[in-house]
Ligand binder design. Structure first.
Ligand code: NAD
Ligand code: GLY
Length: 363
């Protein structure tokens, strides 16, 4: 059975559909198409799996496709330019619609192209990875990476709908499933302690892809995200909490080279580092730190950073974080499981201690 949540943004509100078989229900997708022209943006892994199904659902429309190479390393201004080239080449008009069929990379790229083409055209997100279904497709963050920093070029641009067909998760590799679970755990940590406890009890089911458990986790994650986005669309306050673990995680992703570590894997380690630092600041008890590390490990995620990034390099990479204000690094830290805060007001020697002790072999 499918469920519908709403991201409440006044006249720009939109539904999140969650459930099995949604791609095969054309009325859900076609209801959100703006004019006669649709461009489906996907990658060369997903095209053979789902593109035909999606194009069949769009039968009555003029459709074109952009199939990009798969991978975080292609989340670049060049790939974004390729989408715009295709839109221009096909003479797509202002009332066209972009459909993003894929994980967070495709969603962010297609979203940014939709934000820019003719100063903004309609966008529908068809997320196919767990990470995209619980996080990246919802809330309107779009963009591309730069060699000097992750997601540094982009725009806030909301879709007209998110359609999360849970059947697509059947073809998702295990490592990608685990990476998505990292963002699910994040919601428990920042604002939903009951969900954290539920995750401790149900992690085996999630990893075994139990349909009910997965649907419940996706719905609860999206509900949390929709509430945060509705309260703070442009990240002037509470939305920054969604970046728990991301300052450390982005440093890892940039430091090892895009794609070597999955985003969710880097965020998983980043959440362990944020918990460790919170404990060193006496804000979080050590039993909670142990619970957090255990849950992240139980999800099949790494809990220590890669050996090649030492404390000095971490510091350099973290200085480029988008939350940095007045040259002061701001971090999302924990007061408890289910209670987070964004702050620049912490003893930075504790950060250095944490970085030194987190680094494998004390590098
Ligand atoms: P991804 O898009 O690279 O997808 C992961 C891999 O799984 C890819 O190889 C993809 O082809 C494959 N895949 C996806 N769905 C599949 C399916 N159903 N069957 C088989 N293979 C499938 O990565 P991701 O983890 O989905 O997203 C990570 C990206 O999302 C990062 O670039 C990150 O910065 C971004 N992100 C954005 C937001 C946001 O709010 N916009 C939030 C979190 C993450
Ligand atoms: N993933 C962080 C956000 O959407 O704000």
């Amino acid at each position: 059975m499918s469920r519908i949540l709403t991201v409440d943004l006044g006249t720009r509100s939109y539904p999140i559909h969650i459930g099995p078989g949604l791609i095969d229900r054309p009325e859900i997708l076609t209801a959100r198409i703006a004019g006669p022209q649709v461009m489906v943006v996907t990658n060369d892994t997903l095209a053979p799996l789902y593109l035909e199904q999606v194009e069949r659902a769009l039968g009555a429309f003029q459709t074109a496709r952009v199939v990009l190479p798969d991978g975080e390393k292609y989340k670049t201004p060049d790939s974004w330019g390729r989408i715009l080239d295709e839109l221009l080449g096909h003479r797509y008009a202002r009332d066209c619609t972009l459909v993003a069929l894929g994980g967070g990379v495709i969603g962010d790229l297609a979203g940014f192209a939709a934000a820019c083409y003719q100063r903004g055209v309609a966008l529908v997100q068809l997320p196919t990875s767990l990470l995209a279904q619980v996080d990246s497709s919802v809330g309107g963050k779009t963009g591309v990476n730069h060699a000097l920093g992750k997601n540094m070029i982009g725009a806030f641009y909301q879709p007209r709908a998110v359609i999360a067909d849970t059947d697509t998760l059947r073809t998702l590799p295990d490592r990608e499933l685990a990476a998505g679970i990292a963002e699910v755990i994040k919601y428990g940590l920042i604002r939903d302690p009951e969900f954290f406890t539920w995750l401790e009890a149900n992690m085996d089911k999630l990893r075994a892809r139990d349909t009910d458990a997965l649907t419940y986790a996706i719905e609860r994650s999206c509900r949390n995200k929709a509430e945060v986005v509705a309260a703070d669309e442009l990240e002037t306050g509470e939305r920054a909490l969604l970046n728990l673990g991301h300052t450390f995680g982005h440093a890892i992703e940039t430091g090892v080279g895009y794609g070597a570590w999955l985003h969710g894997e880097a965020v998983g380690v980043g959440m362990c580092m944020a918990a460790d630092l919170s404990a060193r600041l006496d804000w979080l008890d050590t039993a909670s730190v142990r619970r957090i590390r255990s849950l992240i490990a139980a999800a099949g995620l790494p809990v220590t950073p890669p050996a090649e990034i030492g404390p000095v390099r971490f510091r350099e990479l973290m200085a480029r974080d988008k939350k940095t204000l007045d040259n002061r690094l701001r971090l999302v830290l924990l007061k408890n499981i289910g209670k987070a805060l964004v702050t620049a007001d912490f003893d930075s020697t504790k950060l250095d201690e944490m970085l030194v002790s987190s680094c494998p072999q004390g590098c």
